[in-house]
Design a protein around this ligand. Structure first.
Ligand code: FE2
Length: 365
């Protein structure tokens, strides 16, 4: 408990300060060497509408807003222990019940011999300034959200343009895009629910994967039609050209990223680049274009690889007939650990019925 008004531990200077402080309109308090409040001026008591006895010791904290109490206490304790000055902002209840923002300036007091006597504090009502600051911050936050939304819309438009370019060049229909998106989402959700790769599969990561999956073959727009649409088997030379679609896709998307940046702040184009460049890499390192191995292949590309191969197997292509769903499932399982990440194949096995449903629902016309 703090020292009452006439305690001998107050120096003469403190008593003089107290008398002068009583006649100022500011809110002033004094605390003893034990950290407990021992005196409040008239301005403080009129402001809070409480008595000196009620405010003594730690009584005054009853008027501090509950949301500010912990921070107030922590800061006060830290500075008090260090014996240094502080500035604190908190809401203090006024006599009419309204909480007002207060700037509290505390200064340690020492006698001429350097003995610590306690603290003197002066408080100012900064409510109007604080409220306008909060309103300003709210406005800034709103503007920032609008800018993010605008950038995201711009990114969506960019994705749509790139999608339509990629589609126009390929024999696939829009159903391929819908299926592919649904497949990768099913795999990503299953990996999430089984606790795999959680650090790379936040909800935003999954959303990015879903939105950019259709761009995996965007590089095909740079492949000549006589190779892309050739009905028969490709020659070795044609196959080499065909394989460049992965790195070409990454180049196209990197150019788009340079031009449009990552204004949405959600890493969307980086995900698109990872998928386009890595979806033909194989888990055992025998894929293209870089021959990456295992987890060096971006996760989104490893997921895309399973979805893309499944869709290629179950659909008609210029060079092949459609496989039955069961055959395709068997093939994916056979490629576990060689072409595909074993954990993703496990997720595929658990989601195979959903794959079939997606295929049936969005079958090519
Ligand atoms: Fe591809």
């Amino acid at each position: 408990m703090g020292n009452p008004k006439n305690s001998p531990s107050f120096s003469g200077a403190r008593i003089e300060f107290r008398d002068a402080a009583d006649n100022t309109p500011a809110l002033i308090w004094m605390a003893g060497e034990d950290g407990l409040c021992s005196w409040f001026n008239r301005g403080w008591l009129e402001f809070t509408g409480r008595t000196m006895e009620q405010e003594f010791g730690n009584g005054w904290v009853e008027g501090v807003h509950p949301q500010d109490l912990q921070n107030c206490f922590d800061q006060y304790t830290e500075h008090f222990n260090a014996r240094d000055s502080f500035l604190l902002e908190y809401r203090l209840r006024r006599s009419d019940g309204q909480y007002r923002w207060i700037l509290d300036s505390g200064t340690p007091v020492f006698d001429p011999q350097g003995t610590f006597l306690g603290y003197n504090g002066v408080c100012f009502d900064i409510h109007e300034r604080k409220e306008s600051e909060n309103a300003h911050n709210k406005k800034l936050h709103h503007l920032w959200e609008c800018e993010k939304k605008r950038a995201r819309n711009k990114e969506n438009q960019l994705l749509e343009i790139l999608n339509s370019l990629a589609l126009g060049k390929d024999d696939d229909t829009g159903c391929h895009i819908i299926r592919t998106q649904a497949y990768v989402k099913a795999l990503a959700n299953r990996l999430q629910s089984t606790g795999h790769y959680l650090d790379q599969l936040t909800d935003r990561d999954v959303d990015n994967l879903f939105r950019t999956a259709p761009l995996h073959d965007v590089g095909k727009m740079a492949i000549p039609d006589h190779i892309l649409k050739k009905p028969g088997k490709l020659t070795e030379e044609e196959w080499q050209v065909m394989q460049t679609h992965a790195s070409l896709g990454a180049e196209i998307l990197s150019t788009a990223k340079l031009k449009y940046g990552d204004k949405g702040g959600d890493n969307l184009l980086n995900t698109a680049i990872d998928i386009a460049s890595g979806h033909h890499e194989k888990w055992d390192g025998t894929g293209y274009p870089q021959g990456l191995k295992g987890q060096d292949i971006p996760l989104v590309a490893r997921i895309m690889a399973v979805a893309d191969v499944y869709d290629a197997l179950v659909c008609v292509r210029p060079y092949k007939k459609a496989w039955a769903h069961e055959q395709a499932v068997e093939e994916i399982i056979n490629l576990k650990g060689s072409a595909f990440d074993p954990l993703i194949v496990e997720a595929f096995i658990l989601e195979q019925d959903l794959f079939k449903e997606i295929l049936d629902e969005h079958h090519d016309a």
